[in-house]
Design a protein around this ligand. Structure first.
Ligand code: AMP
Length: 193
């Protein structure tokens, strides 16, 4: 199963990915997680990406395409994967098509979690409060200013990715405003389960 999960920040992509990982025994490939690990490890990519990520803007396409190009060739991704947070631009979506074509692979589905934008800031603030309450550390870009930039990046650069996949007949939309269990059920349904 090769899936793309689309949706704005706070739509629940991470939560639903975790459930799909358990159900299909395939890895979740989150470019955000990989970039945060690179920042943590102070690799050249991490050093380049940190300020961009902190601001809430997107890192350059070639950087994330390079990361994903290597990652999907790893052994644990042979039976499939869930792409979470990639592609985020039409150029990335085209690059993904090329990467998959070269390997003779194709996506099984692209699922978009549709949400009311007004609910997203509140969701982010709740996530921050819960993380702090459990003694965890908060993401540098989980603050109102960076969040606004992340939403803006979504609107201008990522929303066209939905149209790209819709044009190819691959897009399935799921209502992301429902409860976590209801969204999981809707995704199952969209995948024919
Ligand atoms: P996420 O964890 O998916 O919310 O991503 C956190 C941040 O990492 C984003 O705001 C971007 O700065 C960067 N990022 C993650 N994935 C991508 C991508 N596919 N393209 C460009 N930037 C990305």
């Amino acid at each position: 199963m090769r899936l793309v999960l689309l949706g704005p920040p706070g739509a629940g992509k991470g939560t639903q990915s975790a459930r799909l990982v358990a159900k299909y025994a395939i890895p979740q490939l989150s470019t955000g997680d990989m970039l945060r690990a690179a920042v943590q490890a102070r690799t050249p990519i991490g050093l380049e990406a940190k300020a961009i990520m902190d601001s809430g803007a997107l890192v350059p396409d070639d950087v994330v395409v390079g990361i994903i190009g290597q990652r999907i060739k790893e052994k644990d991704a042979a039976k499939g994967f869930i792409l979470d947070g990639f592609p985020r631009t039409v150029a990335q979506a085209r690059a993904l098509d090329e990467l998959l074509d070269k390997e003779g692979l194709r996506l099984d589905a692209v699922i978009e979690l549709s949400v009311d934008e007004n609910a997203l800031l509140a969701r982010m603030e709740k996530r921050v409060a819960e993380t702090l309450a459990s003694g965890g550390s908060v993401r540098a870009d989980d603050n109102p200013q960076s969040f606004k930039t992340r939403l803006e990046a979504y609107r201008t650069q990522t929303a066209p990715v939905s149209s790209y996949y819709a044009g190819k007949g691959e897009l399935k939309q799921v209502d992301g405003m429902e409860t976590v269990d209801a969204v999981t059920a809707a995704i199952d349904h969209a995948l024919g389960g």
